[in-house]
Design a protein around this ligand. Structure first.
Ligand SMILES: [Zn+2]
Ligand SMILES: [Zn+2]
Length: 245
């Protein structure tokens, strides 16, 4: 049985359509025995989300609340088929954890071939850490080709409990196909709640059940270990420092 030590995708009142504060999310994580959370509010292009100044000011977050380490993140919107994000390089490079996702109320779906090209470009963006909920039926793509590229470029692929298992059967089927390819090609994943309220923090039962069914290896799940997550973040900081020196 896989246990998660971190939840790397969640929203606070800063997203405009979520209902808890950073403190409430951290307290909920503590109760659920998680060691690390990433606060990933929606980028500015999402209706009701915070302006760029919100993300510039994330440095006010304490590094930990109680026993829980708090990562400063964003769920940036993929704005077009060129994989343009709704936050600039400077903003993204200051964050610990960058999720990039497609949302139908922000970016209209195109063809599967276009989505494939878009994800191949996104894989090339060094500022992106995790590919958010790639299971959306409206944005299907060439899973085999793209998952291999995500692996080659060190991207983390998300298994999003909420998105894959509470939005219709096809999301779940797509998620399972993508996870199976991650297993086949040794690509790391993260299993997250995408909580929009404190009570959903750490909820990933359906996702973990699916991963158990396909025999997904624990060592490829980034957030099954807190040190794995923190090593990833430290490594990323180190790379940035080296790049800027
Ligand atoms: Zn999302
Ligand atoms: Zn989200």
């Amino acid at each position: 049985m896989i246990t998660l030590r971190a939840d790397l995708h969640m929203h606070t009142i800063g997203s405009g359509h979520a209902f808890s504060t950073v403190k409430e999310m951290a307290d909920a994580a503590c109760l659920k025995k998680l060691d690390v959370i990433a606060i990933t509010d929606h980028g500015s292009a999402m209706e009701g989300a915070s302006e760029a100044i919100y993300f510039r000011n994330l440095s006010v977050f304490p590094r930990s609340i109680g026993s829980v380490t708090v990562l400063r993140g964003i769920e940036a919107n993929i704005m077009d088929m060129d994989a343009t994000l709704d936050a600039d390089e400077k903003q993204l490079s200051r964050l610990d954890w960058v999720v990039a996702s497609l949302h139908e109320n922000v970016t209209p779906p195109a063809s599967p071939a276009d989505h494939t090209q878009m994800y191949l470009k996104l894989a090339d963006n060094p500022l992106v850490d995790m590919i958010g909920h790639p299971d959306t039926p409206a944005y299907e793509f060439d899973y085999e080709r793209v998952v291999r590229e995500f692996g080659a470029k060190g991207k983390i692929v998300e298994v999003n409990n909420e998105h894959a298992f509470r939005h219709g059967a096809r999301n779940g089927e797509n998620c399972r196909k993508i996870a199976s390819l991650c297993k086949k090609y040794g690509v790391r994943i993260a299993v997250n709640s995408d909580a929009h309220i404190f009570s959903n923090v750490g909820v990933a039962d359906a996702a973990l059940a699916m991963l158990g069914e396909i025999g997904f290896p624990e060592d490829l799940i980034l957030n099954a270990s807190a040190s794995r997550v923190m090593d990833y973040v430290k490594n990323k900081r180190l790379q940035k420092e080296q790049a800027s020196s």
